[in-house]
Design a protein around this ligand. Structure first.
Ligand code: SF4
Length: 370
């Protein structure tokens, strides 16, 4: 009964006559060729799902958000997974068309698709681009076949190199994901990977430390991981070796090649999560809502909860957090001012973690937020 009242009240307050703020869109595709040994993402091994019905579900959600938010502007769309590059390109085009029909997809909108090297060739990549994709993020993880096997990846290093070459010949914005800190990894291994990235000339990459999640094959294997000190050495070696700038804890790019979708989200801009397992933060009438699952579950977020989220994501970035009234209320400014070795005040009224601060980020945020 209470929920019914809440929903009715919510719809009354969604005045689609008033233009709502631009929202970024995240679309989740939860299917993969096989499940990797470290993966705790919402995804399952199913290379040939019923794409028509999944597309129908996504398009229904797109229309649902149009009914709630109106014809909002959309600066970015990010197809994540799972493995979105498994999508038949006609289905991808159908989803993009649905976003055009329901929203004002900006002329310079960034449209990213995550790709597994086993799923794309030149023809299919071209078709994704013709349908609107203008950024591809390739899950490479390693250039070493033994490490790829250990991780349970469905591709080898040649597959990954081939797709990087193809993508760089077709699209300006190409990124690749890598994982470091495997039990067998040394600092030298990590430096070699960074040297390879430099030689290839990637303009963007993400370097993720391997974390062991409980409900994964790795979680049950009692792996001997590198010590915290070695992990920190690897992390520092990455920043030193890559010819790219770190703009977030795990993300590196040449200036101008940063992922706009993620930057917007980290900066606190609203975004809609579409598809199974997706989540979003919706802004209506200056009220924030947490949105999860199939797009129909909402919970309003207090100003302080939303400000805390902005600190948690913003402090991970080089851009930092814009210190507005909501942020001032939830952070300990005196603590920030008295610790210039780990927190830096920027002339544009932002605070950010220094290089030393990044290394102790979780503790730092815990201390910073009152
Ligand atoms: S491809 Fe990505 S989402 Fe799929 S199982 Fe592997 S890590 Fe998880």
């Amino acid at each position: 009964m209470l929920f019914a009242f809440f929903v009715a009240d919510f719809y009354t307050r969604c005045n689609i006559g008033v233009m709502n703020a631009p929202h970024n869109i995240y679309i989740h595709v939860p299917f993969c060729i096989s499940k990797c040994n470290y993966c705790a993402f919402f995804s399952r091994a199913c290379a040939n799902p019923d794409w028509e019905s999944y597309a129908k579900k996504i398009i229904t959600e797109i229309k649902h958000w149009h009914d709630i938010l109106g014809r909002i502007s959309v600066p970015t769309i990010f197809f994540g997974g799972g493995t979105p590059s498994l999508l038949p390109t006609k289905i991808f085009a159908k989803i993009i068309n649905a976003t055009y029909e329901n929203f004002n997809l900006l002329d310079n909108a960034e449209i990213t698709i995550e790709a597994n090297p086993k799923t794309l060739d030149m023809v299919r990549l071209r078709e994704f681009c013709d349908a609107g994709a203008n950024r591809v993020s390739i899950g490479v993880q390693s250039f070493d076949d033994e490490k790829l096997l250990f991780l349970g990846r469905a591709h080898n290093a040649d597959d990954a190199r081939r797709l990087i070459d193809i993508a760089m010949s077709q699209i300006k914005n190409v990124s690749a994901d890598f994982i470091y800190g495997l039990p067998s990894d040394t600092v030298d291994d990590v430096i070699k990977t960074c040297d390879a990235i430099n030689r290839i000339g990637l303009s963007h990459c993400s370097m993720y430390e391997l974390t062991i999640e409980p409900n994964t094959p790795f979680g049950k294997m009692n792996l001997q991981m590198p010590s915290n000190e070695t992990m920190a050495e690897m992390y520092m070696a990455i920043a030193k070796t890559l010819k790219l700038n770190r703009y977030e804890v795990s993300n590196y790019a040449v200036d101008g090649a940063e992922c706009r979708h993620n930057q917007n989200v980290w900066d606190g801009a609203p975004y809609i999560g579409i598809g199974d397992g997706a989540a979003g933060r919706i802004l209506i009438d200056n009220m924030w809502y947490e949105q999860m699952g199939d797009g129909k579950l909402f919970e309003s977020l207090s100003d302080s909860a939303r400000a805390t989220e902005r600190v948690i994501t913003g402090m991970r970035t080089r851009r930092g957090v814009f210190v507005d009234d909501a942020i001032k209320k939830i952070i300990d400014i005196e603590f920030a001012k008295s610790n210039p070795d780990v927190i830096e005040f920027r002339p544009d009224n932002r605070i950010r973690a220094t290089d030393a601060g990044i290394l102790i980020l979780d503790n730092l945020i815990e201390r910073l937020v009152k």
